[in-house]
Design a binder for this molecule. Structure first.
Ligand SMILES: Cc1cc2nc3c(=O)[nH]c(=O)nc-3n(C[C@H](O)[C@H](O)[C@H](O)COP(=O)(O)O)c2cc1C
Length: 353
């Protein structure tokens, strides 16, 4: 049977991955309330379609940070793609390039940044950094990413410490020992290291340290994981260039709002001074439309990309992206939107349920 929607790929991945890998991908923190709410919250939003418009031509293209993408649907950073498919992030990068969308490469990529760029040289890529305690290591990797052609630096702010992922504890998952993490090391060091010993994430990193990051790179800095208007206002004050409203797919602090529920207050707080994006719980074209109607410039997919990768590597990711892009095209057509610019807040209403 063909796989026709993103959750079909989820079912396939569950059947074919080892239990510990499946649990690692799917898992949320603590009771997984926020992970599940990310999905449920979209279902509380209804669409208000407008008819009798000429929708023969529907254009899903848009831009992020000035770069054109074929649809406002891109790839969130997720680590360890080699757990799911042999050449891991290289397959993901090729699929993103073929789809004409942006791929945010994780600090915890299991392929080197050089290999990822070599395999998909024309694809738009951003680099996600977990700030490490060793400043030199940060500087080295940021400057390497910049010289390799990554177009933005995404700083994940919701992880001063890893959340309590109960499944990973039960499975005694040890990513440090099992994976060759190559990205943070210089090529010379990499050859002499049997595996990368994950440096601790810098839990002392604060707003004032952003200026240091800004001083070592010309890349626009985007903060991933902002959920409140207070932090959104601070992001504006610190000249950040974008925000990804995210709760890390419910893997960090449990009991925070679903991303889609936090979006409105962040969008209102930044007052158009920077682009706001969203990830968490996007599974259908309608979800993309709802996020854009509430002010997101673009959305990012986390787990669905890994399900596609588990299915058929690069081609599985391409299928996932094609399906959701086609769904989004249908969503736009059936609500009377001919361009992304026509997607406005009056397209959605909140259900009383
Ligand atoms: C297996 C897995 C690994 C992840 N690794 C990272 C990471 O390395 N860096 C990061 O900023 N976020 C990471 N995330 C969070 C994603 O970027 C994203 O916020 C989340 O997956 C979006 O929710 P979704 O899975 O419902 O689409 C990870 C998520 C998953 C599921």
């Amino acid at each position: 049977m063909p796989l026709v929607c993103l959750t079909d790929f989820q079912a396939y991945a569950q059947d074919h991955l080892s239990k510990s890998t499946w649990d690692f991908i799917e898992g949320g923190a603590d009771e997984c309330f926020t992970r599940d709410d990310n999905i449920a919250a979209f279902k509380k939003i209804r669409l208000r379609p407008r008819y009798l418009r000429d929708v023969r031509e529907v254009d899903t293209r848009t831009t992020i940070q000035g770069e054109e993408i074929t649809a406002p649907i891109c790839i969130a950073p997720t680590g360890f793609h080699c757990l799911v498919w042999p050449d891991g992030e290289m397959s993901t990068a090729r699929a993103a390039q073929a789809a004409g969308i942006c791929y945010i490469t994780s600090t915890y990529a299991s392929c080197t940044l050089e290999d990822i760029v070599a395999t998909a040289p024309r694809g738009l890529k951003w680099f996600q950094l977990y700030v490490q305690s060793d400043r030199q290591l940060n500087k080295q990797v940021v400057q390497r990413a910049e010289s390799l052609g990554f177009k933005a630096l995404v700083i994940t702010v919701d992880t001063p410490k890893t959340g309590n992922r109960r499944c990973d504890f039960r499975n005694e998952l040890d990513l440090h020992m099992n994976l060759l993490l190559k990205d943070l090391r210089s090529p010379k060091e990499r050859n002499s290291m049997p595996y990368f010993q994950m440096c601790p994430i810098d839990s002392s990193f604060c707003w004032n340290d952003l200026s240091w990051l800004q001083s070592i790179t010309r890349l626009p800095i985007i903060l991933k994981g902002i959920l409140t208007k207070e932090d959104a206002e601070l992001a504006v004050k610190h000249n950040v260039r974008g925000i990804i409203v995210s709760n890390h797919g419910g893997r960090q602090l449990d009991d925070v709002p679903a991303s889609i529920d936090a979006l409105t207050e962040v969008v209102a707080a930044v007052k158009g001074k920077m682009e706001v994006y969203l990830d968490g719980g996007i599974r259908t074209g309608n979800d993309v439309l709802k996020a854009l109607a509430l002010g997101a410039k673009c959305v990012f997919l986390g787990r669905p990309i890994l399900w596609g990768l588990a299915y058929k590597g690069e081609h599985g990711v391409e299928e996932v992206l094609n399906i959701i892009k086609n769904e989004f095209h249908t969503s736009m057509t059936l609500t009377g939107c001919r361009s992304v610019a026509e997607i406005h807040q009056d397209l959605v209403q909140f259900s009383r349920l």
